[in-house]
Design a protein around this ligand. Structure first.
Ligand code: MG
Ligand code: MG
Length: 278
């Protein structure tokens, strides 16, 4: 039997084509991160990401999503993902998740980070939110690290959920939003779950390229979409965090395409050394 579905596995040359869009995505997010401070609007952050992506000869792949006109998603406090940039000014103590992606020569990157705006007057809130972000980021790296030895993709979700559960805070993991394959399109098959699922999913083997993106909240995992039709917020109003990287599995190992160091620092605690895509 010949399958007419396009394989989810990329050739070595195709994976190489994903290196530059990954690095452009990383550069855009780093530029945004450097601007985050009280008084800065999420529209200004959007403009900075757009500037960096355009300057590198790439284009925003978020603007290729039907109905979406912005370069980033900026989700603040109880917003977990898909927040729309606006004239909203960041305030001390806000927890902010920024998600962005670049398309370069027909290939895509997709990545997100979370940061807490400093607030000396509310150390308890800041500490609680920084811990949420730290644990969410840790769960992302646990999920990425699992790819180095996983037989099937569902092991990523096991690693993420185990990391969250082991932190012992009772955090919720969003169930209605998941990671995805990435390549010619930003969103491709297969889904990458952030929690345990019964289906083992596809084989993890060279050629797999996925965006892993745990979305984690302090309280209950239930969310609602706000009236703008995009923004995903917690029902109980507790804060959310979102971290994401695009990762390639190749013949010699794994490489985090949207990390300038390929994931060396993030993977070190898990005993995994990334190997460049060459
Ligand atoms: Mg993303
Ligand atoms: Mg994504």
């Amino acid at each position: 039997m010949v399958s007419l579905r396009r394989s989810i596995y990329k050739s070595p040359a195709q994976l190489r084509s994903m290196v530059e869009p990954g690095l452009i995505t990383a550069a855009a997010l780093e530029a945004v991160r450097a601007l985050i401070a009280p008084g800065v609007t999420t529209e200004e952050l959007d403009a900075e990401a757009s500037r960096v992506i355009t300057a590198r000869g790439a284009r925003s792949n978020f603007q290729l999503v039907r109905g979406y006109r912005h370069t980033i998603c900026a989700s603040v406090n109880e917003q977990v993902v898909h927040g729309i940039p606006s004239s909203r000014a960041l305030e001390p103590g806000d927890i902010v998740s920024i998600d962005a992606g670049a398309e370069y020569r027909g290939w895509n990157g997709d990545s997100a980070f979370t940061v807490v705006v400093p607030d000396a007057s509310r150390p308890d809130i800041v500490a609680e939110r920084e811990e949420l972000s730290r644990v969410t980021e840790g769960s992302l790296w646990a999920g990425i690290a699992s790819l180095a030895s996983a037989g099937h993709l569902a092991e990523v979700g096991v690693a993420i959920q185990s990391f969250i559960d082991d932190a012992g805070h009772g955090y919720g993991i969003l169930r209605d939003y998941v990671g995805h394959g990435i390549g010619r399109k930003m969103h491709e098959s297969p889904s990458v779950f952030n929690y345990r699922v019964a289906d083992p999913g596809p084989e993890v083997r060279p050629g797999l390229a996925v965006a892993i993106e745990p979305m984690v909240v302090i309280g209950d995992q239930r969310t609602r979409v706000e009236d703008d039709g995009w923004t995903v917020s917690t029902v109980d109003g507790t804060a959310g965090s979102h971290w994401e990287h695009s990762v390639a599995v190749h013949d010699d190992g794994i490489w985090v395409l949207t990390a300038p160091d390929g994931g060396k620092a993030g993977l070190a605690p898990f005993g995994v050394t990334p190997v460049p895509v060459v």
